[in-house]
Design a protein around this ligand. Structure first.
Ligand code: TRP
Ligand code: SF4
Length: 327
């Protein structure tokens, strides 16, 4: 039986960190077994917030694709492509923009939240309001049945569903209505216990060196109640412990759990142990990354092959769309 197709994308606005790894990428990797996966770089979406300094977009596009492959997304199995290389997305976005009522966009909770949050940037633009319309074009272009995203993106996919229904109602059944495949939220926070984010300066990047990892782990905030070495700690509220749960073997986790509560282990040693395991865990990813960095031609080829595959689908869909819209 043919696998169901799913699609997801990332905005290239910087290098990837552990938040991306545990919040999205490892899930994407797993989904490869069950679905036909299209994963793409949403560079036009990035432009909606980075238009004043767009250099970061081109810089991080290939970095991200190398990260994807390094963590185990397989270009032989999944299709990687770059949004702006497929002009069909722009055309479908334009057509969808004709049929999308403004209130649908204005009431979008993610939009409202971002207007408040991105105070450093002027995002009162036409393009930013239409961000989810472009996202609908990305998804429906490939007739994806599912869209793996985090909670914050769910309203966008909801809008995609509404746009698909409206299009089908106006012009005939062209698009399947895709499901949200909600990614379980990861417990991994940034070094300061806020959500891990490049802009908070609290991220551990996949490309960090051993030294950078040691420094960042050393600065991590632990159980804030544990002020002195002799105070008992509580691993349940300690971010270092959340990292242990991912990167440390289960027997050792249990002893840390016990010894933290009885103040038999101190945070400094506990962090050292965690940093060592984290570095060990990232080692194969880094080794693969090094190999790719040495062969940029291969990475280019992978992307070109993905673009070609995506283009075949996009062309077909646009023929149907133009036929339906009679333009
Ligand atoms: N908006 C998504 C994000 O910021 C990126 C994205 C663009 C996307 N187009 C998409 C995700 C289509 C899933 C499907 O994370
Ligand atoms: Fe956290 Fe480890 Fe310190 Fe306990 S000993 S508070 S788990 S860093």
């Amino acid at each position: 039986m043919k696998k169901k197709r799913i699609l997801s994308g990332m905005r290239p606005t910087g290098k990837l960190h552990l938040g991306h790894l545990h919040g999205a990428l490892l899930n994407w990797k797993k989904l490869q077994e069950e679905y036909e996966c299209f994963y793409f770089i949403a560079d036009w979406h990035a432009l909606s917030s980075e238009y004043t300094c767009p250099d970061i977009i081109r810089e991080s596009t290939y970095e991200i694709i190398m990260d994807w492959i390094s963590i185990g997304l397989d270009p032989e199995v999944s299709t990687f492509f770059i949004q702006s290389q497929l002009k069909e997305h722009a055309e479908l976005h334009l057509i969808f923009s004709m049929i999308t009522p403004l209130p649908w966009l204005e009431r979008n909770p993610t939009y409202k939240e971002q207007l408040n949050e991105l105070t450093q940037k002027d995002v009162y633009t036409y393009g930013f309001l239409g961000y989810p319309v472009l996202q609908a074009a990305d998804i429906l272009m490939y007739k994806a049945r599912g869209v793996p995203v985090g909670k914050d993106q769910a309203p966008h996919v909801e809008l995609t569903r509404e746009i698909a229904r409206r299009f089908n109602h106006l012009y005939g059944e062209v698009f399947p209505v895709p499901d949200v495949l909600l990614t379980p939220t990861s417990k991994m926070l940034g070094t300061d216990r806020r959500k891990m984010s490049k802009s908070y300066g609290n991220a551990i990047f996949l490309t960090d060196t051993d030294e950078e990892i040691d420094n960042k782990v050393g600065q991590m905030i632990t159980d804030p109640q544990r002020a002195r070495r002799n105070d008992p700690g509580n691993p349940d509220i300690c971010n270092v412990f959340s990292f242990h749960e991912i990167y440390t073997g289960s027997e050792i986790i249990e002893s840390i759990n016990r010894e933290c509560r009885s103040a038999d282990i101190g945070c400094v040693d506990c962090k050292k142990l965690m940093a060592a395991n984290l570095k060990k865990g990232l080692k194969p990813i880094r080794a693969k990354r090094k190999k790719l960095e040495a062969d940029p031609k291969k990475v280019k080829e992978i992307v070109e092959q993905g673009n070609r595959k995506a283009r075949m689908v996009a062309r077909e869909t646009m023929l149907e769309v133009r036929e339906a819209v009679k333009i």
